[in-house]
Design a protein around this ligand. Structure first.
Ligand SMILES: [Zn+2]
Length: 237
């Protein structure tokens, strides 16, 4: 399985006990869920008794506790794969007991799971909001969503909001207010959700990433992201 897929049993439940096909695979113990001690494994050999589903689809239907569990577990697994060797001296790393760190066997350097902060912002202009359509969403849907991007080194989150909006749609915003956050495990983003007010400028789309965008009245929105996403939660506030 890739990092974006998860295995379910034929009845749609998770596997709560070790199965014969898991023998020999590395299991990463990631904590407890509903009093069960839970591990996550990664394999390309899908057993006949299971069904592979896409995690994004799964997140849309699962309770918040399960979504949070997957987000946590997949990021621990990813970190252990990414830090198998030390970036300073090249020696092998191994998990440190009691923490999520990977530690170098030679120079003792610690590597904690990477978390990449991103801003995501809904821009308001009176009763209208600005929504854009990304090229990556075009394949199957006409979903319109909010502006988002990674925070760059040395930036505050608010500065990143101003820069990303300027880069993606060419307008200026102000009155930036933090609203809520969401861990987004594709692969390790922390989405910091804001609202902002339009200040000035005409929409000028960044054509590498966006195919369309504009102001939409709140009573007449296009197709928007599913409810479990922070982008939808910003729109629904
Ligand atoms: Zn080292």
């Amino acid at each position: 399985m890739s990092g974006h897929e998860i295995l379910l049993t034929p009845d749609g439940n998770y596997l709560w006990q070790k199965q014969a096909w898991m023998e020999g695979l590395d299991a990463v113990r990631t904590g407890k869920l509903d009093a069960h001690s839970v591990s996550i494994i990664q394999t390309d050999n899908v057993p006949a008794e299971g069904t592979v589903v896409n995690v994004r689809q799964l997140m849309a239907t699962q309770p918040a506790a399960m979504v949070a569990f997957y987000s946590h577990a997949s990021q621990i697994l990813r970190s252990q794969k990414d830090h198998r060797y030390c970036g300073c001296c090249g020696s092998p790393c191994s998990p440190r007991v009691g923490e999520w760190a990977m530690v170098c066997s030679t120079c003792d350097m610690s590597y904690y799971p990477r978390i990449s902060p991103c801003i995501i912002v809904l821009i308001h202009k009176g009763d209208e909001v600005l929504l854009v359509q990304h090229k990556k969403h075009l394949r199957n849907t006409s979903i319109h969503t909010v502006i988002a991007g990674f925070i760059e080194p040395g930036e505050t989150a608010e500065e990143a909001v101003v820069r990303e909006v300027r880069e993606e749609v060419g307008i200026e915003v102000g009155q930036i207010e933090y609203c809520l956050s969401q861990s987004w495990p594709f692969p390790h983003a922390l989405m910091l959700g804001f609202r902002a007010e339009f200040k000035s400028g005409d929409i000028c789309l960044e054509e590498e990433e966006l195919v369309s965008g504009g102001w939409f009245h709140r009573d007449n929105l296009p197709e928007i992201p599913p409810q479990f996403t922070i982008s939808r939660q910003l729109i629904d506030i």
